[in-house]
Design a protein around this ligand. Sequence first.
Ligand SMILES: [Cu+2]
Length: 320
Amino acid sequence: MTSIAALAALLSLPLLAWAAPARPAHAPSPYAGGEARPVKSLSAAEIAALTSGAGHGFAKAAELNGYPGPTHVLELAERLRLDRPQREATMRLMAEHKARARQIGAELIAAEAELDSLFARKQADARRVEAATQRVGLLQARLRAEHLNTHLAQTTLLTGEQVRRYAVLRGYRPVAAGAKGHSHEHAQDDAIGVPGDRRRVSRTITVDMNDRMRFVPSSVSVRQGETIRFVVKNSGQLKHEFVLGTDAELKEHYELMKKFPEMEHDEPNMVTLAPGRTGEVVWRFTKAGRVDFACLQPGHYEGGMKGRVAVAAQKGGARP
Ligand SMILES: [Cu+2]
């Protein structure tokens, strides 16, 4: 009874008195600082992304419904077993897509600047605002379509098997009926293992990255079937990354990074870290043997920023 009485007393207090932290009478607007931007509605990062033709989630409807995009297909080229014509066609698609996306991105920035200047010059009226926002909306739609259509085109370049494999390698769970079993079966034949389940981590291994282009430790031992949580720390002053792969994959990926330096670069088997940052890769090692890791930042790979994971065979053969 006493606790109920205490609760009742508590509830009768004016809630706001303790729910709201002390704040200045005139809190600054969350937009404060934005008034100094050249285009008020776009941040520097948004302008950079539009200028470089970056995806920025425009293609989610395709990507997450089983339509792969060229960036990640190229990153996974080795593991998807792309043949030479597929590789070449994908490179072409990527280059053409980037060119179009950059063009539309530039037009979109210009349209936002136009809208901005209506207000900056105090020349905004309902008619002009209507026209300027329509133009912005149209270009946003075009850009989104450009990304989505590129995923459509990419999918026609792949086999059904490669499309399924892509989903597994990207860490997506199978959604379609009948896909059950596939991810398992393909996961097993993957050379380096599969994205790990955070709830089933067997061990945590800490890896440090430094500006002497070294991983510490650079050699790690695990057992087949183990799910390892790599806690990766960048203790240098440069950007570094930890990417798991076969030696051949890492080499190829590094060449790709040199060719498309602005490439978005994010997969379950890697983490890219700014100086001082810490990140994680959760990975399940399904095959005995050797898995390599490397930093694919320009010059780092060649500078010897590499390491290896020795995967010891599990007694009695592979357990699923
Ligand atoms: Cu590095």
